[in-house]
Ligand binder design. Structure first.
Ligand code: PFF
Length: 471
């Protein structure tokens, strides 16, 4: 039974832009800035950068090398290396299957906002309650989500080279240009509020970049670390099989170490620029209080900022949401591609049929998640104390529970069962140099398993139970 993937990227640039397309998403533009605002600006940036260069590098290298060496998706890859570890492939497959259902819902929200701004409306989305009213309504969010999913499914249906790679090669450079332009623009803003206080974009930049240690305690620092770690997984799309699939499409003559560094650079660069675009503008129009908005930052606080900009706000708002839409589409593509590619190998059917079937199943699941704000509404308290609806519960299961668990098991598998040498050989294919070979081995054998175990215990609430038991 052949389970190897037959598709491949045509060039190393195609691979880098497609992998970056998966990595750069709503997480970079929405989640990263609000976490940075909440967690002491520059302090969060420093912690995050440290994690990218250590954990990000190790996990991304592991996924991509496993994908290229086995030529398979996660589902079959682990079992092909060691049959006893086949379960890890199935567990890994669960993550994109879960994320798909709610990422498409968020994609639908972004599509709605992009449409509203493109239609020239600026003051409506700035009204209090606009967002809640939209997501709790029954029909519109479902319609937007279905359109978003249909676009994604169409690109996946068109294949790897003609669909995904081509789409990413066009969209990613545009996204980068738009984000650089908007970030520079936000530094030029000034605004005087009703109390006569004038704030500038450059002051906002200082708030973003200068570490804020006020009231910092060890446990607060631990929280910053956990936030940054969770963000890193989600942002780099690691430990969920996606980069294993993309790795399986990479040709042997591509230098993996270099490409991985470029993907990390792209992903972190966009997150950094997104913060530079959002934090100063929120600061200028709403002061430091506005920055604590958390998840509502993108859909509630930013529209108010665009509205305060006057006529320019419509254009800036439209540019912003089109940018987020591109980012969300290329990420959702990678999730759907992983599901489709895996099912093609399991059921031995062709891409077109599988894309349609998985597209329909995903749509049905996403509609249920979308109706979690009205028909299926409930309030559930997560181990971290947050009140959750269906979308948040799924997000918590995939990001806080499954991802650290999978990263832990994968690190044990690579570090102790097949040994880091297995990855190193792939990294050195065709005479390529793997400069960080030793560093990788130490990370994957020791550091990643220990930290992932702690993270897993923390996010399941077990760490708190253990510490009260000991104390
Ligand atoms: N990395 C994407 C982001 O930062 O938004 C999100 C993502 C893409 C998550 C693909 C999961 C995934 F499988």
């Amino acid at each position: 039974m052949e389970t190897r993937n037959k598709s491949s990227f045509t060039s190393s640039l195609g691979f880098i832009l497609t992998a970056a397309g998966s990595a750069v998403g709503v997480g970079n533009i929405w989640r990263f800035p609000y976490l940075a605002a909440k967690d002491g600006g520059g302090l969060f940036l420093l912690v995050y950068l440290g994690l990218v260069l250590t954990f990000g590098f190790t996990l991304l290298t592991t996924d991509i090398a496993i994908g290229r060496r086995t030529g398979r998706n996660a589902w079959h890859a682990f079992g092909a290396i060691r049959p006893k570890w086949g379960f890890l492939g199935k567990l890994t497959f669960l993550v994109p299957a879960i994320i798909m259902t709610y990422y498409a819902v968020i994609g639908g929200w972004v599509l709605k906002y992009a449409t509203v701004y493109l239609c020239g409306q600026r003051s409506q989305p700035a009204q209090d309650g606009y967002f809640i009213e939209f997501i709790t309504s029954r029909v519109p969010p479902v319609v937007y989500l279905l359109v978003f999913l249909a676009i994604t499914a169409f690109v996946v249906y068109s294949g790897v080279e003609k669909g995904i790679e081509k789409f990413s090669k066009v969209v990613m450079p545009i996204l980068l240009l738009m984000i650089v332009g908007t970030a520079i623009y936000s530094l030029t803003l000034t605004h005087t509020d009703a109390h006569g206080v004038t704030r500038t974009g450059m002051q906002g930049l200082a708030v973003y970049l200068i570490p804020d240690f006020t009231g910092m305690t060890f446990s607060k620092f631990l929280n910053v670390l956990l936030d940054a770690m969770g963000q890193l997984f989600f942002s780099l799309s690691v430990s969920m099989g996606i980069m294993i699939t993309y790795g399986s499409y990479v040709k042997k003559d591509v230098n993996l170490e270099k490409s991985i560094a470029q993907v990390e650079f792209f992903d972190t660069g966009v997150a950094f620029l997104a913060g530079m675009m959002i934090i100063p503008s929120i600061f200028v129009f709403s002061g430091t209080e506005g920055m604590a908005a958390g998840p509502s930052l993108m859909f509630q606080s930013l529209p108010k900022v665009f509205d305060s900009m006057g006529a320019a706000g419509t254009l800036v708002g439209a540019t912003f949401f089109v940018m987020v839409l591109f980012a969300a589409l290329t990420s959702c593509l990678s999730i759907l591609e992983t599901l489709v590619s895996t099912c093609m190998n399991i059921f031995h059917t062709d891409r077109k049929k599988v894309s349609l079937v998985i597209g329909v199943i995903s749509a049905a699941a996403a509609v249920i998640v979308c109706l979690g704000y009205n028909v299926f509404y409930f309030e559930y308290t997560l181990p971290n104390g947050q009140t959750a609806q269906i979308l948040d519960v799924l997000d918590y299961i995939s990001n806080n529970f499954l991802m650290p668990l999978i990263a832990f098991l994968t690190a044990i598998f690579v570090g102790w069962v097949i040994k880091p040498q297995w990855i190193t050989e792939e990294m050195e294919e065709q005479g390529a140099k793997f400069g960080k070979k030793r560093f990788y081995a130490v990370m994957v054998r020791w550091v990643v398993p220990v930290i992932m175990a702690i993270l897993f215990l923390q996010s399941t609430g077990l760490l708190a139970k253990i510490s009260t038991f000991i104390a």
